[in-house]
Design a protein around this ligand. Structure first.
Ligand code: TYM
Length: 349
């Protein structure tokens, strides 16, 4: 696994929309809220690693987003480092990427307040993730949960990102970010922000739950058998795949009307990088048992080296802290320059 541990992240000059970098900038992030699963890997992190050499990449551990729902402070601190270790173990290379913890660059929180003052409440009320996370408790959920998309927009806009590679569930948040950037730019008649685009792949953008393939695979699903966690061992993976919901047809073919087997086949397609036709040929005349065994083998072969590297990185926390500090120092000048620009046009200071 190519992980560059030389800490060679250099501070960059302050950047504005008028002086974009030569390589297009990518920004994305994940919440450090516990077990990362295969959906996070195939929908996000793996895609980041595959295209990292083409772009100027910034990947964030969004701890300020994680406190929008109750979380134990010690657990949050630990999960933040674990997520950084996963980023590196999965193959993010410091030659191409800067990694940082969101709360270490305080411009995010400051920009978020200002941008909230330019966000119509109706836009936030329409966010489907807010509605599903708030559930029935709309009166008692933290206000931060409602304002979550503004902070996410600031993550992206402060760094003048062009592209935001995410899974399908973030589509509405990126659309919101674009709307907010356009609204602010046109309100002040200046291009304060680059208007970013999502990068959502066709296959893997929505990995589904193993026990109910009509729902997406999720960290918050109470049933642990609904997901493969990135740190699951071979035995656990074997059991979860054996139990995964399929159907009674016993045909190993890509048919979206049979969502269980379709989801498992999509995962296999991503892991083996074969076409659907090649996969159907491979399993012609074979049953679900053979297919599930092959899928398990692929999953273990993909995750075992990531897990080994993850444990090495977690055994040297000072080195990890250093990488994160250097990342924050490297990205801060652009965030500070954008924040200053926001304040100038608004008339603050
Ligand atoms: P989060 O932490 O919920 O998820 C991280 C990434 O994993 C993707 N993902 C999935 N992809 C495919 N199938 C699934 N079942 C699946 N589940 C999750 C998500 O789409 C995401 O790409 N709001 C963001 C974090 C964030 C952010 C940002 C992202 C904060 N600021 C700025 C991009 C840019 C979130 O909660 O992701």
């Amino acid at each position: 696994m190519a992980v560059n541990m030389n800490n060679d992240v250099k501070p960059e000059p302050a950047l504005s929309a008028a002086s974009a970098p030569v390589k297009k900038r990518v920004f994305s992030g994940i919440q450090p809220t516990g077990n990362l699963h295969l959906g996070n890997y195939l929908g996000a992190i793996r895609n980041w690693t595959q295209t990292q050499a083409q772009y100027d990449n910034i990947f964030c551990i969004v701890d300020l987003h994680a406190i929008t729902l109750p979380i134990d402070p010690k657990e949050l601190h630990r999960s933040t480092r674990q997520l950084a270790a996963i980023y590196l173990a999965a193959g993010l290379d410091l030659r191409y990427c800067k990694l940082f913890i969101q709360s270490h660059v305080r411009e995010h929180a400051e920009a978020s307040w200002i941008m909230e003052c330019f966000t119509p409440l109706g836009w936030l009320n329409r966010m489907t993730q807010f509605k599903s996370k708030a559930g029935e408790n709309i009166e008692s959920v933290p206000t931060g949960l409602l304002c979550y998309p503004v902070l996410m927009a600031c993550d992206i806009l402060l760094h003048q990102a062009h592209y935001v590679p995410v899974g399908d569930d973030q589509r509405q948040h990126i659309e919101f970010t674009r709307d907010l950037a356009q609204r602010f730019n046109s309100h002040f008649g200046q291009q304060v922000f680059i208007v970013p685009q999502d990068q959502i792949r066709e296959v893997g953008a929505r990995i589904m739950s193993l026990d109910d393939p009509t729902k997406k695979m999720s960290k918050s699903d109470p049933n642990p058998n609904s997901r493969i966690n990135l740190l699951d061992d071979a035995k656990t993976i074997t059991q979860k795949i054996e139990r995964a919901t399929t159907d009674s047809e016993r045909l190993v073919t890509f048919d979206s009307n049979r969502p269980g087997i379709y989801n498992l086949l999509s995962i296999y397609q991503l892991l083996t990088e074969q076409s659907p036709q090649q996969i159907e040929d491979e399993f012609a005349g074979k049953g679900y048992g053979d297919f599930k065994a092959a899928l398990t083998e692929q999953l273990v072969a993909t995750l075992a080296p990531i897990q080994a590297r993850y444990h090495e990185l977690m055994n040297d926390l000072p080195a990890l802290e250093n990488i994160l500090k250097q990342g924050a120092d490297a990205v801060r000048p652009t965030a500070a320059a954008t924040l200053q620009r926001i304040k100038d046009v608004v008339g603050l200071g």
